[in-house]
Design a protein around this ligand. Structure first.
Ligand code: DON
Length: 567
């Protein structure tokens, strides 16, 4: 970064530690990009830079959101999207907060058993690949709703650098070329041999997507209606139906993003501001934090067996509640206050002991009495006025349903798999759902996306989030605890290895090669079942920390091509 006021500290610095007269070299903690006033951290450098350019032009965080989100749709089609949806949590410089839900919705022709065969067996292929897997996209509605309420610039001005990027191209990274190659046959299988991504694309190639540039030009000119009632809507509905899907022009025309009250709860001296249902993120994150609160985590020690046990046991209990109680609040009554009640959460942990693991089979949802009437990307932005937005957006799986609308230049989501297609049967993240998350026309599928903002002493402190399906919540949790309990900086907190438990399957996942074998054996001896074979990379966290002097430190996850940009 050449911009003035920015100090990017060398990552290879070492500190010398003298112990028992012996000189030992311990790598000093990694420090992320430091900026004086404003920052964007996202999955692609081009997207962070375009967001930054909008901030430098006098735009605010909501203008930068529109620019960054669309630049990710161009440069990161794996997850960035026009054909998906997401959630945004904001905190204004004056401390007011809110959130917008632009989650996809089931089309009106969807039905509870649409992914079951005549024997009632779940056809997971149908909910993950092909046109039937797509919900009605919410992304364009979300970014226009947020920008029109709070932004300062004109959408056409914001979208111009993104249109230029799609026209002039961007350089394909090695990881990206590899992902495109791995999925090429499926793209051809779903869309035919002439589809755009049927071509061979190598690392270092400059990829131009003129058709997407043209779609974005129409959206810049005609606004959100272009996507929901204009030419784009007509092409989208026609293609989806040709491919056996059920999204109609009427589904698109009736889509609305929804402003929702965020989940706001204290944890020690912090205030956690996170996403409410239809994302499970905020409720589950706060449930876990409140179950941890009675314990002295610092005394247990970072990544000690006891620290891991405690988090795993809280996660086990919170995910059991998540899978039973949570769904779309416009369709089911969700006992949010009861689930977050301190006494209730204390009682949930009453059978926990450091001696021995609880079995998930012994845990189900807690008893609450109330009247019943995977690919994603996250970016964090702080602007020069001190407004913050935390945004997670997704197509669900890698390149979503793999349905690519060649006339429009983007992939469609496979978010229908986030519904519980059959109670008790896991979806692609192994999550098991219940009636609260069953499919119904016009309903939003339950999400794990956890865009979060943390306040300390009444001031903005952390903006954080990540992709990772069911692991999203536990990655956000550990990143916050790394800073709040263990004093890490933002980059160090993001890079720190992560682990995960989600009730069922009853397994603890550890990031490969990151935790030592003694720790694993100790946990096994205490009865923990450990997935050592196939632990995926857990999340790609992109976060911003406000330092004590008011400057910002970015945390850009090296597990991806993620980058911070600031001034
Ligand atoms: O909304 C959800 O929880 C999922 N559709 C997120 C998918 C995801 O994070 C995939 N990324 N790795």
């Amino acid at each position: 970064m050449k911009s003035s006021g920015i100090v990017s500290l060398a990552l290879s610095l070492s500190v010398l530690i003298f112990s028992c007269g012996k000189k030992e070299e311990v790598p000093s903690p990694k420090i992320g990009l430091i900026a004086e006033k404003a920052m964007v951290v996202s999955a692609r450098e081009e997207a962070s830079q375009i967001g930054l350019k909008i901030l430098q032009k006098g735009g605010n965080a909501f203008d930068a959101m529109m620019a960054t989100e669309m630049a990710l749709a161009v440069t990161f089609p794996f997850a960035g999207n026009l054909g998906g949806g997401g959630f945004m949590v904001y905190r204004m410089a004056d401390g007011s907060t809110g959130s917008i839900d632009y989650r996809e919705k089931a089309p009106m022709a969807a039905s509870k058993d649409m992914f079951l065969d005549e024997n009632g067996d779940f056809l997971s292929q149908l909910s993950t690949k092909g046109a039937l897997a797509s919900g009605v996209p919410g992304t364009i509605a979300g970014i226009f709703e947020a920008q029109s309420k709070f932004g300062k610039l004109k959408p056409s001005e914001i979208l111009q650098p993104v249109i230029d990027l799609a026209k002039n191209g961007f350089v394909v990274t090695a990881a990206q070329a590899d992902r495109l190659k791995r999925n090429r046959e499926t793209f051809i299988d779903v869309n035919g041999p002439h589809t755009f991504f049927a071509r061979e694309i190598r690392a270092g190639d400059t990829l131009k997507i003129p058709v997407l540039a043209a779609t974005l030009e129409r959206i810049a000119k005609n606004g959100r209606d272009e996507f929901y009632t204009g030419e784009t809507a007509k092409i989208l509905a026609r293609y989806i139906q040709e491919k056996g899907g059920i999204i109609t022009e009427a589904d698109l025309a009736s889509y609305q993003a929804v402003w929702r009250d965020p989940i706001i709860y204290p944890y020690r001296d912090l205030k956690i501001i996170s996403m409410a249902p239809p994302s499970s993120g905020g409720v589950t994150l706060v449930q876990i934090l409140k179950m941890l609160e009675p314990y002295d985590l610092q005394a247990l020690g970072h990544h000690s067996p006891e620290y891991i046990q405690l988090l795993v046991e809280a996660e086990r209990r919170a995910y059991a509640d998540r899978n039973y109680y949570l769904g779309d609040p416009d369709f089911v009554k969700i006992p949010v206050n009861e689930l977050l009640d301190t006494e209730y959460l204390k009682s949930r942990m009453s059978n926990f002991s450091f001696e021995k693991a609880t079995r998930s089979s012994e845990i189900s949802q807690g008893n609450i009495s109330f009247a019943e009437s995977m690919e994603t990307t996250h970016y964090s932005i702080v602007d020069a006025e001190g407004n913050a937005v935390s945004v997670t957006t997704t197509l669900n799986g890698a390149y979503g349903s793999k349905v690519y609308i060649d006339e429009l230049g983007f992939f469609m989501n496979n978010e229908m798999d986030d519904f519980s297609a059959k109670p008790g049967v896991p979806n692609m993240f192994g999550l098991i759902g219940a009636a609260a998350n069953s499919i119904a026309p016009g309903k939003r599928m339950l999400s794990s996306m956890t865009p979060t903002i943390v306040e300390k002493d009444g001031k903005l402190w952390i903006v954080v989030g990540t992709p990772g399906g069911s692991t999203i919540i536990t990655s956000v949790l550990q990143t916050i605890l790394n800073v709040a309990e263990f004093g890490m900086g933002m980059q160090q907190a993001v890079e720190s290895p992560r682990f995960h438990h989600q009730w069922l399957p009853d397994l603890v996942n550890f990031e490969p090669n990151s935790f030592d074998s003694t720790l694993i054996s100790t946990l096994k001896a205490r009865g923990y079942l450990i997935n050592e074979a196939n632990s995926p990379i857990i999340g790609k966290v992109d976060a911003i920390l406000v330092l004590p002097d008011g400057r910002l430190e970015g945390g850009a996850d090296p597990r991806g091509d993620d980058k911070a940009a600031g001034f």
